[in-house]
Design a protein around this ligand. Structure first.
Ligand code: NAP
Length: 351
């Protein structure tokens, strides 16, 4: 298979460098361009990252020698993975899509537009059909697909098998989110250490709205959202990487504890699909009362699986449990890459 050339927008940030690392040795894709702001443009990627690289001992050789470009749509690639700050992502991604590039974005800007797929391949790959309507509306030769907010991805993956087997009516979630989720340099160390910050701008709103689009049924008319009430409380905690979520859920149909755990363990919708970054299984149910923990479980299945534990009865809703995922990988870089693999496998990157 000929490798598809990939450009990374926002390649110098927390998520961008995780994408660069994941692309090293990728069987389908080849990193051909790295781009960021004018502050970084013109430098070799290895030099630009000298004091910022945090994805292992060294910047991969294939990336280190690339010159960092500005984010203008004249890059030598077919698809761009966008890890841009949301203050600039919207317009830049649109310019790339207009110029004919496929854009797989981590940014929030286009997620809730009715004809932009908000994808989790294990849950809603059929939402790719929205691309047709998007191209018709915009007249773009390219297109934009997005991945959800990092906490939303983990919660939706955990909820998907329950929604499928039993139906879901209500969800309450409290998150403990890692510092790497705030980007680089992120939260000031004097604010973060020995502390919990009970506010992350926009996060609760995203966790309450995005799951409805993701779990919705798609048709040529758009996505019909299910009736699920969601209440989220989001906190920043002094953990380096890995978001933890305490989730309570009310089901539409009665289910025993054994049946709920079975639903988690049997959820393997991409089995045999051949997408290189797809974890199999995507959900790992752990029996120990002490799991999941960020330090022990954030790298489960190369950071792509969501770890779940502590399922028990909830005296207000039906069940409660704890879910954990790697916010940089499953919540961002790996999610955008998995979406790109889905696009390639479905022929959306063919010329
Ligand atoms: P970050 O560390 O702050 O990186 C931001 C990137 O955007 C850098 O490469 C930066 O380039 C670039 N940039 C900033 N201003 C620019 C401009 N005017 N023109 C071109 N490039 C510009 O942020 P991050 O944590 O990697 O997040 C990236 C995106 O992913 C955000 O939209 C974020 O909301 C989303 N996201 C992050 C996570 C996470 O866990 N961190 C999870 C899910 C989604 P310079 O280095 O040159 O300034």
């Amino acid at each position: 298979m000929e490798k598809t050339k990939i450009g990374v927008l926002g390649a110098t940030g927390m998520v961008g460098q995780a994408i660069v690392q994941l692309l090293s040795g990728h069987p389908w894709f080849e990193l051909s361009e790295v781009a960021a702001s004018e502050r970084s443009a013109g430098q070799r990627y290895g030099e630009a990252m000298a004091s910022r690289w945090s994805m292992g001992p060294e910047v991969p050789d294939a990336a280190a020698g690339l010159t960092v470009k500005e984010c203008t749509p004249d890059l030598d690639c077919d698809l761009v993975l966008s890890a841009l700050d949301s203050s600039v992502a919207g317009g830049i991604e649109e310019r790339f899509a207009k110029a004919g590039y496929a854009v797989s974005s981590n940014a929030r800007n286009h997620r809730m537009e009715p004809d932009v797929p908000l994808l989790i391949p294990e849950i809603n790959s059929e939402h790719l059909q929205l691309i047709g309507a998007q191209r018709k509306r915009t007249g773009w030769k390219g297109f934009i697909v997005t991945d959800p907010n990092c906490s939303t991805i983990a919660m939706c993956l955990a909820l998907a098998p329950l929604a499928e087997r039993f139906g879901i009516e209500k969800v309450m979630v409290t998150t403990m989110q890692a510092l790497s989720g705030a980007g680089y340099p992120g939260v000031a160390s004097t604010d973060a250490l020995d502390n919990v910050i009970p506010f992350i701008s926009g996060e609760e709103e995203k966790m309450q709205s995005e799951p409805l689009k993701i779990l919705g049924k798609v048709s040529p008319a758009g996505v019909k959202e299910p009736r699920i009430e969601i209440s989220a409380q989001c906190n920043r905690v002094p953990v380096r990487n890995g978001h933890t979520e305490c989730i309570s859920v009310k089901l539409s149909k009665a289910a025993s504890e054994k049946e709920v755990i079975k639903a988690f363990r049997e959820f393997r919708p991409l089995k045999g699909n051949g997408l290189p970054s797809a974890p199999d299984p995507p959900l790992v149910y752990l029996d120990s009362d002490l799991r999941p923990q960020p330090r022990l479980d954030a790298w489960s299945y190369r950071g792509m699986a969501v770890s779940i534990g502590r399922l028990r009865r909830c005296s207000v809703l039906d069940y409660k449990f704890v879910a954990l995922s790697n916010n940089l990988i499953r919540g961002a870089a790996g999610a955008a890459l998995l979406n790109a693999e889905l696009l390639k496998s479905r022929g959306y990157l063919d010329h």
